[in-house]
Design a protein around this ligand. Structure first.
Ligand SMILES: NC(=O)c1ccc[n+]([C@@H]2O[C@H](COP(=O)([O-])OP(=O)(O)OC[C@H]3O[C@@H](n4cnc5c(N)ncnc54)[C@H](O)[C@@H]3O)[C@@H](O)[C@H]2O)c1
Length: 323
């Protein structure tokens, strides 16, 4: 058994639950740090028996003392910092959004610095970029100019700028990953959660309308989690941020793929363009990491819908698997 001890902030969220899942399956020691007291996403992935391998800490990322205590008490060696409030929550409560997303991230860097950790992996987002009209035609190149149009995006931008200063002043290295549209089991909230909700609705045979039409780069939550683990495991010399890649699909294309599995599912979409570019170039990520995880979309949708189908047979999930 390795002597690595991972902390996953936001471990009860979508990407967090998948990260915990992979770490537990690998036999690593995991500390879950989350403010939530419900583990419905993790329950969909790991049995109660399997969850006994996880140490659960209920804590608020915005409180520096609680974050530092978790790092010290559990002798953390590896960090996946994923906790954040997503776009709609930041829009509703900008102050809270900044406390969690910006101050919370500083709290993680400080705890890492104070406990002698030399590298962390954390979640940024393609929301650091502006709309397509800000950029030349085609996939957005690595580290194109940041021009966020949401507060959430400005918070992520602040985090990437802070990370550079932690490297410059303290040699605390970091790798930020910028997912686009994560889908899969557990993706039940946030601006781009509709493709996953549509998959669940199709399994439930309920009507659902995807709230956008423009192309999104769909990234399977399981793959994204594996990439965060890779980023935590392989320290880089500096403060890096990487776009994630993959094929981009419009809402009608996503619906067509869902219809291949559930031909009569009453899924529709509205004509609306999301306020960020449709495709990002991940060649920088590929040049720094030998493993870049990407499940082809049709396999990912198949796996997700089969997982929903199977979970719905378990009465524990009837209350959480709703759209
Ligand atoms: N899901 C996506 O498509 C996507 C895209 C780009 C970036 N990201 C980023 O990836 C990360 C993970 O996203 P996700 O989809 O898993 O999000 P999620 O909303 O499913 O989970 C976030 C988790 O953070 C926890 N949390 C919130 N406030 C907290 C606090 N004060 N203290 C401790 N925990 C707190 C929540 O309880 C939740 O379990 C986030 O940083 C998000 O901004 C996600």
């Amino acid at each position: 058994m390795s002597n690595k001890i991972y902390i996953v902030t936001g471990a009860l969220g979508c990407i967090g639950s998948w990260s915990v899942y992979h770490l537990v399956k690998r036999g690593d020691k995991v500390i879950s740090f989350d403010i939530s007291d419900t583990s419905h996403r993790l329950d969909l992935l790991l049995s109660p028996e399997e969850q006994k391998a996880v140490t659960f800490v209920r804590g608020d990322l915005a409180d520096p003392a609680q974050v530092l205590e978790a790092f010290q008490k559990h002798q953390i060696t590896h960090v996946l910092h994923l906790a954040a409030l997503q776009v709609p929550f930041c829009r509703t409560n900008p102050v809270k959004g900044a406390q969690v997303n910006v101050v919370g991230t500083i709290n993680v860097f400080e705890a890492a610095k104070q406990t002698g950790i030399s590298h962390i992996a954390y979640a940024s987002s393609i929301a650091v970029y502006g709309p397509s009209s800000d950029y030349p035609h085609g996939p957005i190149i690595h580290d194109a100019l940041f021009a966020p149009r949401t507060l959430y995006g400005t918070y992520k931008q602040a985090n990437e700028a802070s990370a550079k200063v932690y490297w410059q002043d303290y040699q605390l290295g970091s790798t930020a990953l910028r997912p686009h549209t994560v889908y899969g089991i557990g993706r039940d909230q946030g601006l781009t959660s509709d493709p996953t909700k549509a998959m669940l609705a199709a399994v439930l045979n309920q009507p659902f309308t995807i709230n956008f039409s423009s192309r999104v780069q769909l990234q399977l939550a399981s793959d994204v989690a594996l990439q965060f683990i890779e980023a935590a495991d392989i320290p880089l010399n500096g403060a890096y941020g990487f776009n994630m890649g993959g094929e981009a699909y419009t809402a009608p294309q996503i619906i067509d793929m869902i219809h291949k599995i559930k031909p009569d599912a009453p899924i529709t979409f509205v004509e609306r363009v999301l306020p960020f570019p449709e495709t990002f170039d991940d060649s920088a990520l590929k040049s720094y990491f030998s493993n870049v995880y990407y499940t082809p979309i049709e396999n990912g949708i198949n796996q997700t819908m089969a997982h929903f189908e199977k979970s719905l047979q378990d009465e524990r999930f009837a209350k959480v698997l709703i759209v």
